[in-house]
Ligand binder design. Sequence first.
Ligand code: ADP
Ligand code: MG
Length: 336
Amino acid sequence: MAELLEFQNVTKIYSRGLISKQSTTALNNVSLKLDEDEPTILTVAGESGSGKTTLAMLLLGFIEPSAGTIFYKGKDITKLRGEERMTFRREVQAVFQDPFAVFNPFYTVDHLLTVPIEKFRLAKTKAEAKDRMEEALTAVGLRPEDILGRFPHQLSGGQRQRINVARALLLKPKLLVADEPVSMVDASLRATILETLRNLQKNYGVSIIYITHDLTTAYHIAKSIMVLYRGNLMEAGDVDTVIKTPQHPYTRLLIDSIPWPDLSRRWGESAALVKESEISDHGDGCRFYARCPHAMEKCKAPPPLFRMEPHQAASCYLHDRFPEISPDHVYELLPV
Ligand code: ADP
Ligand code: MG
């Protein structure tokens, strides 16, 4: 396996306040690997505050881990310099939640697309630059003649988000991190944007880390899934298996809380929602303890990952009859 991306036991702790020394563990000992030769779509799912954006920021190199290492093509990304750093900046692209955020309202779309072409010297002439833009826009299902020359406010949210994907595609990325890319887009347009992402993976060989709080979209787009809760991996595996037969009470809660149009199965139990302020940590124990309908005494010690299927494991003592799998072997659970 030639590794494109590897998270090796990555932890991120944010400290706030010099005096009170409050700290938040946004990500705790998370490991994953993506293979360069087999582009795939991996979903990272969880509610707000579970550490998803932190994971994206870490992998883009915007922030550094407090512990552990992130490798891109075998190199620690915090140590990339010169040419290597430039390659990393080009090959690893992002699409964020707000389709408006990257647009300057005073410039046409052309400007947004020209900047990366110039920065990374992707074209020698103006004509070549225009070809590149048209190619990228067409690849995401937009008609260049509808888009070029327009200002951001003249476009729909769905068009803007597709332009963001086109902008990333211009750079011929190997890895795209999409952080809740459809959560601010009208429901009617979500499917087409997700389809666009899937085509990038299929037709252009781009691996995608798809970040979402919405398991319905995960189910439609991804091959594998990692479910986070308050920075900790709760469940990981094949997306079909995890969503149809979730094994962690937290994954069940997530699945229970959405209306499923195409899955008839419902879980009888439903974990009560608890206010954030009522959540106490019980030291190192399971982060889900306070909300879990199955909480037991032993959950006050950190639950290992138990592997119930070749492509499914859950960090929960309900499954302690199954063999343990080390957190840094999570990639074995993720089909490509
Ligand atoms: P998500 O994207 O899943 O909503 P985040 O990664 O944004 O989660 O946040 C994870 C946790 O880290 C949250 O508790 C959040 O409040 C905290 N956090 C995020 N960014 C910062 C920061 N810059 N400083 C301090 N705490 C932060
Ligand atoms: Mg977020």
